[in-house]
Design a binder for this molecule. Structure first.
Ligand code: ATP
Length: 961
């Protein structure tokens, strides 16, 4: 867990910062004409008309009005006409345009000319235009969605204004603002560094060079500002350390603004799923052409004539091409993304939607993700005994049972904090601006009667060695009435290793082996209660300023603070859902093994008596083979006291084993693991900009619960895509089969014309397919194991289902067609296109497909659960879309105008009853198939109705035991 660690009211000390703070600046006269990087720190303030307390809020407001917001113009996408033109150059469109062209030509060459041929040519053109319009609208709305979602990611930064630390929107930064930077931040404007501690930045965004470079408080003599070692630039990342820097350029005046390229013109990357669908569509188009050509070749020699044979072949081709598919796919993906955003999971790359469904391992942080990150110090251990602290939350109301005994410990801890406690305004709550661990220490200090601000004034900070998750500690150096004192806090093992004495009621005793054991036992005992334990130490230093290692050695241990951080209530249910879904959860934390285990038990990650617990140091001792074995053999696995480098190694090891890994991260050095994982999940509320940039998904509420919901929705998106693929492709069989049957039976005309096929594919079928893409998750979506990554979209199961449903549909419509033809008693050879029986028969075929597609849509809604159990009206859009399809069909059958276009006839009530009886067959047959499937492998557990809700229900408070 990492967040803000910036101090509020300490004036910046020019050139300070211990070993990394840079050289004290030589005095130089203020000169606005000189480049800012060449000025001494004091002159930077003068030149930019600001101060070490930052700008006054009123000045900042005025400057914002004068200079405009700190933002770059929105990147322009490809021109609208280009986007539109692209729709007509897509493969389907080209095939259809060529087909239409040939049909026009055929019409022109016909003698006498047949109006039907012209209608077909125009209809195909209409299809192209309609498809292009849908595709364009989809792309446009997807772009809008992406922009809206982007705007939900917080873009804020920390500044000092009127001497107080504040969080402001990046766009409100103005020249003269004093920004406070720490590891993980993306720099929001061009700034001159005035104070730095171990500061390194990656300039990849502007120079392409990603190796971290050190930055100090300057001044520098570099000729170009870009090379100055005392400047940081918009868009670059802080990798380590902390700093304060004065903004000297914002918005388009920044270096980034200058080199800002219009990136949106670059082609959009397709996800593997989109690529799979595109490849498949191309294959289908190829097959359609081949089959069409073959049938043309078969029919031509039978004396059917060139044009009728061509029109016939065209019908076959059009029947096979899934015209509505690309649009349906993009709608379905966009819908999934929107649904996830509603559940606090922001998908930045579409890839994550697919990968989520096949996730097999989730490596999760603890603090903030599994727990609430609302820390409260409840126990303090000192050499002379243990003390209790009362009160919960950040309100400094409560008491320490013996404040005098722990005052020095809490004073040290509070002085070594960057966070700030913010009193409520109005009816609000007390808040912590910064790291919540530090917030808890500040609250405990206040409960012991300490006034942190007064203590900081008495002991100003003169240097600091910032916290990082590898060292797991931080220290600050203070000037206390002429004496220099180092205050240290951090993980007990790290701090204890640097201590040589133990404080007992104000007297420092040598720390013996027995004393160390006592401290370790005390820390373990607190951790075993699920408390987060921090050790606090101090020392006096003399002589010239030392290095970090010197400052942090020979310390006197003051004691331990144990803080509780209750689990998030929704996590238990989410963990259980993941377990049921066959997803392994591995906790990866920087915290103490006992704390980790206690929390893991509370949230259900650990249920056995003896989980496998490995520390970072133990992982270091394993080679890759041993690590692979550990991951394979350990059932419940907790990785504790690990650094981001360990996380990266574990992710890679899991992937070597063929797992699909989702990993959470918040710090800057989590970025490699986030990038490497199959799904990097960054924290939206507490995470750093760098982590958010590296991740595929951002959790707006930081909660593990949202990961489980996202997995569930990811799975359902994939399931829905399969549903409409089955729906769309099975009816192609229904369209093709009567044509083939007629050819082989020697019937001279087509049982369904190309125009009719188009009316189905782009009229009655589009809306139900879209509605299927919006299906809520199936009840058992989390009761199944993850989908194998390598499983193609058109898996055997999908193809079998297409053949099964399409086959039944085909049999039905063929039967209806030939029954009507035979019933008339007219020989095949006597049929002409204008024969009323023929018109009725082809109307029956078209209506038969539409009716059976209505039932087919209901059948494909579930994969194994009965539709009647899931609720026939569960997706009202689908019913409405199906009825619309039937309405379109009725219009084609009864309206004279449409009858003329489609060559159709009015159906009787008896015809509709027959079609309904035939059309319902796929649904009934599929129900029987599902029942057989269920009886062979009963559903694992869970109430089907419960899970159809879109959210993971919360487990009641009893977890917060
Ligand atoms: P998780 O990875 O689950 O979020 P974490 O928050 O414990 O765990 P880190 O933030 O890397 O992980 O912290 C590692 C350890 O460093 C903590 O367990 C704690 O002992 C110590 N620590 C955390 N925050 C601070 C701080 N502000 N100052 C000093 N030590 C800290």
């Amino acid at each position: 867990m990492k967040a803000l660690r910036a101090r509020a009211d300490r004036p910046a000390s020019p050139g300070e910062g211990g070993p990394a703070g840079g050289v004290p600046a030589p005095a130089a006269p203020p000169s606005p004409g000189r480049p800012v990087h060449t000025l001494a720190v004091a002159d930077v303030f003068a030149a930019l008309d600001t101060s070490p307390r930052g700008l006054a809020s009123a000045t900042a407001r005025q400057r914002l009005l004068d200079q405009g917001p700190n933002e770059l113009p929105a990147a322009r996408g490809p021109a609208v006409w280009r986007q539109l033109a692209a729709q007509f150059t897509d493969l389907f469109a080209v095939v259809l345009i060529v087909a239409s062209g040939i049909t026009f030509l055929a019409y022109a060459l016909q003698d006498p000319r047949q109006p039907g041929t012209l209608q077909l040519a125009v209809a195909i053109l209409c299809v192209v235009v309609l498809n292009a319009a849908i595709g364009f609208a989809q792309e446009y709305s997807a772009e809008r969605t992406a922009q809206t979602l982007q705007a939900m990611v917080p873009h804020r930064c920390r500044v000092l204004r009127d001497g107080a630390l504040e969080e402001v929107a990046v766009r409100d930064l103005v020249p003269g603002d004093l920004v406070v930077l720490e590891a993980g931040d993306t720099v929001s404007a061009d700034c001159r560094v005035v104070e730095a501690h171990d500061l390194t930045v990656s300039n990849a965004a502007i120079t392409g060079e990603s190796d971290p470079v050190r930055r100090t408080a300057g001044p520098d003599t570099a000729e170009e500002v870009l090379r100055a070692r005392d400047c940081v630039f918009m868009g670059t990342d802080v990798i380590t350390g902390t700093a304060r820097a004065v903004v000297f350029a914002t918005g388009q005046a920044t270096e980034f603004g200058r080199i800002f390229r219009l990136t949106a013109g670059a082609p959009r990357q397709k996800t593997p799923l989109q690529r799979q669908v595109a490849v498949m569509a191309r294959r289908v188009a190829g097959t359609a052409l081949a089959v069409g050509a073959a049938l043309f070749a078969i029919r031509l020699p039978t004396g059917q004539g060139l044009v009728p044979s061509f029109v016939f072949a065209l019908g076959v081709m059009v029947a096979l091409v899934p015209e509505g598919l690309p649009a349906t796919l993009s709608v379905s993906l966009a819908l999934g993304v929107r649904r996830m955003a509603r559940h606090h999971a922001l998908v930045k790359k579409l890839l994550a939607v697919e990968a989520l469904g096949s996730t097999t391992v989730v490596c999760t942080d603890k603090t903030g993700t599994l727990t609430q990150a609302e820390m409260t110090v409840v126990r303090i251990w000192a050499a002379d005994g243990e003390h209790t602290v009362t009160g919960v939350g950040y309100e400094p109301n409560g008491r320490v049972d013996d404040p005098d005994a722990v005052r020095e410990l809490l004073r040290s801890a509070a002085l070594c904090c960057d966070a700030r406690l913010v009193a409520p305004t109005g009816a609000g709550h007390w808040r912590v601006l910064g790291d919540t661990t530090e917030g808890a220490l500040l609250v405990a200090a206040a409960k012991a009667g300490l006034d942190t601000a007064a203590e900081e004034a008495k002991a100003p900070r003169i240097a600091e060695h910032p916290f990082d998750s590898v060292r797991k500690l931080m220290s600050t150096v203070h000037d206390e009435d002429g004496t220099r004192r180092v205050r240290v806090k951090g993980a007990p093992s790290e701090v204890l290793a640097r201590c040589t004495r133990l404080d007992r009621a104000g007297t420092a005793e040598p720390l013996t082996d027995a004393g160390r054991r006592r401290v370790t036992d005390a820390a373990d005992a607190l951790a075993a209660q699920g408390l987060r334990v921090l050790a606090v130490a101090a020392r006096e230093v003399t002589g010239p300023p030392g290095t970090r290692d010197q400052d942090e050695s020979d310390l006197t241990l003051l004691g331990l603070a144990g803080m509780q951080d209750p689990p998030r209530p929704e996590v238990y249910e989410a963990v259980e859902a993941c377990h049921r879904a066959g997803i392994r959860i591995v906790m990866v934390t920087g915290d103490h093994p006992l704390t980790a285990e206690a929390v893991a038990r509370r949230v259900g990650i650990v249920r056995s008596a003896a989980p496998t617990v490995a520390t970072g140091a133990e992982l270091d001792a394993l080679d890759d083979t041993a690590l692979d074995r550990l991951l394979a053999e350990a059932g419940e696995l907790l990785l504790c006291r690990v650094s981001p480098e360990h996380k990266m190694r574990v992710v890679t090891a899991f992937q070597r084993r063929g797992e699909v890994v989702a990993v959470t991260g918040d710090g800057a050095n989590d970025a490699p693991a986030l990038k490497h994982a199959d799904i990097g999940v960054a924290m939206g509320a507490s995470g750093t900009d760098v982590a958010r940039e590296a991740a595929e998904m951002v959790l707006l509420d930081d909660s593990f619960g949202s990961i489980a919901v996202a997995v569930r929705l990811g799975r359902s998106v994939y399931q829905n895509i399969r549903k409409f693929l089955v729906y769309l492709f099975s009816h192609n069989i229904g369209e093709l089969a009567p044509i083939l049957a007629a050819t082989f039976a020697g019937f001279p005309l087509v049982p369904i014309t190309a125009v009719q096929v188009l009316a189905i594919d782009l009229g009655s079928d589009v809306m139900p397919a879209l509605a299927l893409g919006a299906e809520p998750p199936e009840s058992d979506v989390m009761d199944q194991p993850p989908r194998p990554r390598t499983e193609p979209l058109f898996s055997r199961a999908v193809v079998r289902r297409i053949l099964f449903l399409g086959g039944i549909q085909a049999l039905g419509v063929c039967a209806v067609f030939f029954w009507r033809i035979h019933d008339s008693g007219i020989p095949y050879a006597d049929f002409t296109a204008d024969n009323p029986v023929y018109r009725e028969a082809i109307t029956m075929v078209q209506a038969g497909i539409v009716v059976s597609q209505f039932f087919n849509a209901l059948a494909v809604r579930t994969e194994r659960e009965s539709v009647f159990r899931a609720g026939v009206f569960g997706n009202p859009w689908l019913i409405a879309a199906g009825l619309l399809g039937l309405g379109i069909m009725a219009a084609i059958s009864y309206l004279p105008l449409l009858q003329a276009v489609f060559h159709t006839a009015a159906l009787t009530a008896g015809d509709w009853a027959l079609l309904a009886a035939v059309g319902v067959l796929p649904l009934l047959a599929d129900e029987a198939r599902k029942a057989r499937l269920r009886s062979r492998a009963p559903r694992p557990r869970g109430d089907p109705r419960r899970d159809r809700k879109e959210t993971c229900a919360m487990r009641p408070e009893k977890d917060a035991r």
